[in-house]
Design a protein. Structure first.
Length: 118
């Protein structure tokens, strides 16, 4: 089992950047796939980016490629999401999720709010 805590959200102007962190407890964190999802008010949760257990495989939502970068540091039990050129439509609560390779995402953090002003 793993516990996740997101941080780094906040209010930023359009065109700005934020770096979100997802810190995990548990000594087996390096076994888990981790993904970022986001949920805007009144909308369904959507996939943002994912990284496999050793960081060697990464995927992004097509609409976010080139602006967002996911990375992980297993020595620090952390996964990061660097978000550049932010747009008002990126405003949402951002969640990190974790799973073992054969599972669905089932471990979730509490989320961190990102608000991009125009």
């Amino acid at each position: 089992q793993v516990q996740l805590v997101e941080s780094g959200g906040g209010l930023v102007q359009a065109g700005g950047s934020l770096r979100l962190s997802c810190e995990a407890s548990g000594h087996t964190f390096s076994l888990y796939y981790v993904a970022w999802f986001r949920q805007a008010l009144g909308k369904e949760r959507e996939f943002v980016a994912a990284v496999n257990s050793n960081g060697g495989s990464i995927s992004y939502a097509d609409s976010l490629k080139g602006r967002f970068t996911i990375s992980r540091d297993n020595a620090k039990n952390a996964v990061y999401l660097q978000m550049n050129s932010l747009k008002p439509e990126d405003s949402a609560v951002y969640y990190c999720g974790a799973k073992l390779v054969w599972e669905q995402y089932k471990y979730w953090g509490q989320g961190t709010q990102v608000t991009v002003s125009s």
